[in-house]
Ligand binder design. Structure first.
Ligand code: GLC
Length: 553
């Protein structure tokens, strides 16, 4: 069946590209430091390992890297429990290694974004130790949320809030004399007490922490739980359970409160006081695209992760709707949209899209990469997606480290973490070489075992193979740099059959077939790149099932 590809009048409003910053259309690669490259053989990735592998990222063609937390931490939550915001954990190296990494990245033309974790500290942070040692109502407790319990003897938590990782969001303390004391709030693990952003000391400390890393030369921050720092006054009950399921669909008294925006505005002023375009990226879960856009108003942060797109199923109509809503919402405040398919907190998209067939998952993941890289705005790549890595779904329980796994149920088996899944399976260290210790991840094994099949998925195995996923990404990123119509700018939809998306950018068309069967279309132009081989008939092209193609027009 041949279908017409004609321009429809339904187009997105053109966004101004006046004085665009580098970040407006940057491709930013997430390095999950623990699992990227290990230089010292302890089985855990580190900053020197990451620095040595930066040429891979420069060669891949990305613009920037985002490094997940490498700060001093007891690692109760993969480093998102920070005990010293200005120190590098010995597990990952030293401050000198961080400095070297930033310099090397800059020499290679890569920007560097680091994580900042302002919603909570580690329970081993000196402030929390001081708070525990202080009396109820004492100044050291004012930096956190300490409250007396409810019930006759204070034996019940102060309110009904639940931790994102499962279980109550409160833990009771023990007073120095051994009697049960106040409770403290932790929206995540008990080892991650929430800071109280009403405290001027907390605000001043984070200003200073941001300056510390900006002075070292970083180009910006990924702001962890950017929607969580302000809690509703009085910490009101929610009134029902399974609250984690409401995150991202409802405003909760602990997330997406209007008060967070004033903090982001003050951080924007701080970022702008530095030379160069230093950016803030919000990890914010908001109920709608419109509420998410509030985080990227001109005087707030530069970008916010687009989780609505990440959560979208493999369905052309649903994808088109999310794309339209995302562009309209961010366009209304003059910000670029971000496109994210995976990160260290969700099941890898290859597996999410697989519907039980890894081959189908790979085909769709390759197609999704071409779609997202063709959309206006900035794209985030999660390490290993350029290799077509699937989620590892058979990790032995005794090797798991995700606190959500342990807090969800006594045996961790019920799958109700409130997130897309447990988070070790997307954090398995990268395979760099076909063979050798941990496939080149490092000289001493890896903290989570890599499946044997990853030999063929290694960087070494895929390099130079024109059919490999790695070369597909390299080709796409090279074209994205070359073609003026890609990146920031205009986009419009072309008419296409149900199940197919066809989008037009200046001089360029992208066709995505989400169906399980091939679709025949009039040839849109000169084929530039496709995620699966195209075949031609007189004047028409067959777009294979679950595939995407780029065309020059
Ligand atoms: C963010 C991080 C996640 C972490 C949580 C608590 O969602 O991405 O990995 O567990 O914040 O800091």
């Amino acid at each position: 069946m041949t279908q017409e590809l004609t321009t429809s009048l339904a187009t997105e409003p053109a966004r101004s590209s006046e004085s665009p910053g580098w970040w407006r259309d940057a491709v930013i690669y997430q390095v999950y430091v623990r699992s990227f490259a290990d230089s010292d053989g302890d089985g855990i990735g580190d900053l020197r390992g990451a620095r040595e592998r930066l040429p891979h990222l420069a060669g891949l063609g990305v613009d920037a890297v985002w490094l997940t937390p490498f700060y001093a931490s007891p690692q109760a939550d993969g480093g998102y429990d920070v005990a010293d915001y200005r120190a590098v954990d010995p597990l990952f190296g030293s401050l000198g290694d961080a400095d070297d990494l930033v310099r090397t990245a800059h020499e290679l033309g890569l920007k560097v974004i680091v994580d900042v974790v302002p919603n909570h500290s580690s329970d081993q942070h000196p402030w929390f130790r001081e708070a525990l040692a202080d009396r109820p109502g004492g100044a050291a407790r004012a930096r956190y949320h300490f409250r007396p319990g409810r019930g006759v003897h204070g034996e019940l938590p102060p309110n009904d809030w639940e931790s994102v990782f499962g279980g109550p969001a409160w833990t009771r303390t023990t007073d120095p004399d051994g009697t049960p004391g106040e409770w403290y709030l932790h929206l995540f693990a008990p080892q991650q007490p929430d800071l109280d952003w009403d405290s001027p000391e907390v605000r001043a400390e984070f200003d200073s922490v941001l300056r510390f890393w900006l002075d070292l030369g970083v180009d910006g921050f990924r702001i962890d739980v950017a929607h969580g720092m302000v809690k509703a006054a009085g910490l009101p009950d929610i009134g029902h359970t399974e609250q984690a399921k409401l995150i991202g669909s409802q405003v909760l008294p602990f997330f997406d409160q209007d008060g967070v925006h004033e903090i982001h505005r003050s951080w924007r002023r701080l970022l702008d006081s530095y030379p160069g375009d230093r950016i803030g990226v919000a990890e914010a879960w908001a109920p709608t695209a419109e509420r998410l856009a509030l985080y990227v108003r001109p005087d707030e942060l530069h970008q916010a992760f687009n989780f609505q797109f990440l959560k979208c199923p493999w369905d052309a109509a649903a994808m088109r709707q999310v794309i339209d809503e995302s562009l309209a919402a961010t366009g209304s405040v003059g910000a670029p949209t971000t496109w994210v398919l995976s990160n260290h907190d969700v099941v890898r998209h290859l597996t999410r899209y697989a519907d039980g067939s890894p081959e189908r998952g790979l085909a769709r993941a390759r197609a999704a990469a071409l779609l997202t890289l063709a959309l206006p705005g900035s794209s985030y790549l999660y390490q290993g997606e350029e290799l077509g890595l699937p989620e590892v779904t058979d990790l032995p329980d005794e090797l798991r480290q995700d606190p959500a796994f342990f807090r969800t149920s006594p045996d961790g088996q019920d799958g109700q973490s409130g997130q897309d899944g447990f988070r070790d399976g997307c954090r398995v260290p990268l395979p760099w070489t076909r063979s050798g210790e941990s496939h080149g991840f490092g000289p001493g094994g890896s903290w989570l075992p890599q499946p044997d099949t990853w030999s063929g998925l290694s960087v070494e195995a895929q390099t130079g193979d024109p059919d490999s996923t790695l070369e597909l990404y390299r080709g796409a990123l090279a074209l994205r740099r070359e073609l003026p119509g890609l990146g920031d700018g205009e986009m419009s939809w072309l008419q296409a059959p149900a199940g197919v998306l066809a989008l037009s950018r200046p001089g360029f068309v992208c066709t995505l077939n989400t169906l399980g069967e091939e679709v025949e279309l009039p040839v849109p132009g000169r084929a530039l790149l496709s995620s699966a081989p195209l075949t031609y008939k007189a004047g028409t092209v067959c777009i294979p099932p679950d595939s995407c193609a780029w065309w020059a027009i």
